[in-house]
Design a protein around this ligand. Structure first.
Ligand code: AQP
Length: 332
């Protein structure tokens, strides 16, 4: 039995590639800390990932690898639910129902839809457009209280709240209205190669993105070539996107404030600064990468965790879906 008294924390991540430093600092790093006080539900959002065309074999591998990554960052299968979204059919069922309680105009305002439909102009599918309804289903099925996400998902949590309130106004108190939760530092990590754009798993430029699985040498190389500016002073200021991004990363990893970082590098150049940021990131990711590499060899263990995670997720989500179906007027 899940503990009904504790609050719930839920978040998912798409298996569109290997998780990045952006995913890690914006969301994943904080996920294990909720395990003490909350019922935690984390998972691999594979249904979301097919809004962009995926190679089936590669997708299957990426789902398994991302699942292992969730354990490697410190999530414990005994402490909470860790599951794969497509193995729990209530997500797709509730998403359809929520589609019918979401307005075309609301979905048209989603910046992620606008950005992704520009990036993938040959495949602007209906799933890409209704993505927020599936994400709302993910959250509402588990009556989640908080959703720890990066800044780019803020708009999607807001529309989820709107959908929940609308549904509750019609049918009574069915859904918990969730709150987004952002980390103090690192809620939006930018590309190292193009600090005007967010660091993304699917960025085709490998120089811009640090993957959690990158070796120390690769990480150092990426930070050494990070775009900065010609001013040569380490300070957080408008127009210094590259330096601001590196300071944000350094702060999120070390816990140091921007003031402390500025004085630490007051008489030093960008070379020293980039090296320090790279080294801090290498040490932050080292234990995660090592555990991840170990877990990849434990196929039976991972399969068992996936099975249990899906069973536990189904128990909670089926109950919510049943309630929703009754409210709507379906015969359950
Ligand atoms: N650059 C980022 N900075 C901070 N947080 C980020 N997140 C993503 N990018 C950054 C957060 O990571 C969690 C998982 O993201 P997702 O897999 O659900 O999808 P996304 O937001 O679309 O992430 P990507 O890496 O950009 O994936 P692709 O390239 O597939 O679109 C979320 O909480 C997100 O906020």
């Amino acid at each position: 039995m899940e503990n009904e008294k504790r609050k719930r924390s839920l978040s998912l991540i798409q298996p569109t590639s290997v998780a990045t430093l952006g995913n890690y600092l914006g969301a994943m790093k904080g996920w294990p800390s909720f395990q003490q006080e909350y019922d935690t539900i984390y998972g691999v959002a594979d249904l979301h990932s097919i809004t962009i065309r995926q190679d089936p074999q590669q997708l299957r591998r990426q789902i398994n690898e991302l699942y292992a990554m969730l354990l490697a960052i410190g999530l414990e299968p005994e402490a909470g639910i860790i599951f794969i979204q497509s193995q729990v059919s209530a997500h797709a069922s509730l998403a359809w129902i929520l589609n019918c309680y979401t307005q075309f105009g609301e979905l048209s305002r989603m910046t992620q839809f606008k950005e992704k439909s520009q990036k993938h102009s040959d495949n602007i599918n209906a799933g890409l457009f209704t993505y927020p309804c599936l994400m709302a289903a993910d959250i509402l099925l588990y009556r989640s209280d908080i959703v720890p996400v990066g800044d780019d998902q803020k708009q999607h949590v807001e529309i989820c709240r709107d959908i929940a309130v609308r549904f509750n106004n019609i049918y009574g108190n069915v859904f918990t209205v969730p709150e987004p939760y952002f980390p103090k530092s690192g809620k939006r990590i930018m590309s190292l190669a193009n600090p005007g754009a967010k660091m993304s798993k699917s960025d085709p430029n490998p120089k811009g993105t640090v993957y959690i699985t990158d070796s120390p040498e690769v990480i150092m190389k990426k930070f050494k070539s990070a775009v900065t500016d010609s001013e040569m002073s380490v300070r957080f200021a408008p127009g210094k996107d590259g330096v601001n991004n590196l300071m944000t990363i350094y702060s999120a990893v070390t816990g140091k404030s921007f003031e402390t970082i500025e004085s630490e590098f007051a008489n030093k150049g960008y070379g020293d600064f980039k090296k320090a940021v790279g080294e801090a990131v290498v040490e932050e990711l080292r234990p995660v990468r090592e555990k991840y590499n170990r877990l990849l060899g434990e196929k039976d263990y991972l399969a068992a965790c996936q099975k249990t995670g899906a069973e536990r997720a189904r128990r909670i989500s089926d109950a919510t879906l049943n309630k929703v179906m009754k409210k709507v007027g379906f015969i359950v």
